[in-house]
Design a protein around this ligand. Sequence first.
Ligand code: ZN
Length: 88
Amino acid sequence: MTQKNLRKCISCGEIKPREDMIRIMKEHSTNVIFTNPNSKTFGRSVYLCYNLSCIEQAFKKNRLNKVLKTNSNLEKTDLIKLLQDRKG
Ligand SMILES: [Zn+2]
């Protein structure tokens, strides 16, 4: 396994392969927040485990918005939906 594809969860600090994590990105020019954006989108990204407790922790004390330096209206339920979609 190559190191470059590993990412750290902002909630629990665990390091996992990028494809096993939720990516939350603030698009560089518009400040729009994307979850699991396609590769044509560029901006500041953070990663979370596909894990309810990590999602909940990211929304405590507005942590996610602080890390992304934004006031996005991203909801916890938006990420929980990704979690459910992945479980299929
Ligand atoms: Zn985590």
